[in-house]
Design a protein around this ligand. Structure first.
Ligand SMILES: Cc1cc2nc3c(=O)[nH]c(=O)nc-3n(C[C@H](O)[C@H](O)[C@H](O)COP(=O)(O)OP(=O)(O)OC[C@H]3O[C@@H](n4cnc5c(N)ncnc54)[C@H](O)[C@@H]3O)c2cc1C
Length: 392
């Protein structure tokens, strides 16, 4: 009979891996995290963490630091590319906090990662350890790393991102589906805008492209712009690949003057080929499971990819806590609890129409609470604490 708490190995110290490791640590599970990178760098990118994600991170004690490092937009404005006409304006700030039970935050991706690192004991994070193989000989899981080292665990969580080796080992190759769109990302000091006034958080909608712009800090001194542009021949999926600033600006030349002023101030741009996959039929095999982008990569258009990884973390920990020694059963319960929601997010994200107009409901996204959503096989609660929360 295994111990009450299995020894858990998490592969990948990204957003999902650190969140699940932090949540496991907080609940007394012995956990080790293995990350291929030898150091973490502050990649130029913003990230939005909506209330559904912040509710998870709050339980790890991270909310005060996240608020201090990030920005709480008052609303999320959707505008027509050329005229700037407002097509939707979603209240955020205190109004969203009251409605969903947690703030909606925008912050630098590097700052989010930094805050998450603090939730895991430093000695439990092993950098420079690239997983190259895993086996389940019948008693636990054996891990092999590129540096020749090995490790054992009772449960292995593959939080190793879109190119997951854990997923490939369990289920074989599963090609990425490139969208034919490139994502251009830039961060810049607000002072570079020469006094141009921006909304707190905007999505500018063109016919075949869009631009998302928001502040990254409470002081509004750093701005993030992420533009999606058709580029059918581009398929380099990398955080560090650079783009051409002139090409980025030209792609939005017929957008509103505010956009042109903003892009005209961009010093450097990175570029990413946007890709996703169809939902996987299974996420676990025996005592090994995948989560986050390893399980359900999606287009970034709803800003929910990392939020889904963060939600996964809470549900996975709850399933392990309730497992009574049946770890593989807990992993199956986890995937059964999560698959419908993440598949829906993958589909909506691929369609790229979410919240463009006020007709779209957003409550079911932001109102979800991963700490209270019913686990598969458990009776549904009679009430929900937040609007639209956990109802689909
Ligand atoms: C342009 C863009 C904008 C986005 N904006 C948002 C947003 O605003 N809000 C949001 O919620 N989401 C957003 N996303 C999605 C979000 O970035 C991802 O969904 C999220 O990073 C997934 O987290 P993860 O932990 O699953 O994977 P990752 O964060 O990719 O982490 C995987 C980790 O595993 C490590 N690893 C990989 N292979 C191995 C191995 N073999 N051995 C050891 N370690 C390994 C990697 O080095 C990495 O550290 C955006 C995505 C893009 C591309």
């Amino acid at each position: 009979m295994p111990d009450e708490h299995p020894r858990v190995a998490v592969i990948g110290a990204g957003i999902g891996g650190l969140t699940v490791a932090g949540a496991l640590t907080a609940r007394g599970f012995p956990v080790q995290v293995y990350e291929q990178a030898s150091a973490f760098s502050r990649i130029g990118a913003g990230i939005q963490q909506s209330a559904n994600a912040v509710k998870v991170l709050r339980e790890l004690g991270l909310e005060p630091t996240l608020r201090a490092r990030g920005f709480v937009p008052a609303s999320f404005v959707h505008r027509a590319a050329g005229t700037g006409e407002v097509t939707n304006d979603i209240p955020l700030g205190a109004r969203a906090e009251g409605r969903y039970g947690a703030p909606y935050l925008a912050l630098h991706r590097g700052d989010l990662h930094d805050v998450l690192l603090a939730a895991v004991p430093a000695g439990a994070i092993h950098r420079g350890r690239r997983l190259v193989g895993l086996e389940q000989p019948g008693d636990g899981v054996e891990l092999a790393f590129a540096d020749g080292s090995r490790a054992r665990a009772d449960v292995v969580v593959g939080a190793d991102g879109v190119h997951s080796l854990v997923r490939e080992t369990l289920f074989g190759p599963h090609e990425l589906r490139f969208s034919g769109k490139a994502g251009y990302r830039a961060t810049l000091p607000a002072s570079a805008l020469g006094g141009e006034r921006l909304d707190d958080n905007t999505k500018w909608w063109g016919p075949d492209r869009h631009l998302i712009v928001y502040y990254l800090t409470a002081a509004r001194d750093e701005v993030y712009a992420m533009g999606t542009v058709p580029e059918p021949d581009f398929d380099l999926e990398s955080w560090s690949a650079k783009g051409d600033v002139d090409v980025f600006c030209a792609a939005f030349a017929d957008f509103h003057p505010t956009v042109r002023t903003l892009l005209g101030s961009v010093p450097l741009v990175h570029k990413w080929a946007l890709a996703d996959r169809d939902p996987l039929p299974r996420w676990s095999d025996g005592d090994v499971v995948v989560m986050g982008d390893a399980a359900h990569p999606m287009m970034p258009h709803m800003g929910q990819g990392a939020a889904m990884a963060v939600e996964d973390a809470a549900v996975l920990v709850r399933c392990l806590e309730a497992a009574a020694g049946d770890w593989s059963g807990a992993l199956r319960r986890f995937e059964e609890t999560r698959r419908a929601r993440t598949s829906e997010m993958q589909a909506i994200s691929a369609g790229n129409s979410f919240a463009r107009t006020g007709k779209d409901a957003v409550d079911f996204v932001y109102g979800y609470d991963a700490w209270t959503t019913p686990l598969a096989g458990a009776p549904a609660p009679t009430t929900t604490s937040t609007p639209g929360g956990n109802d689909r």
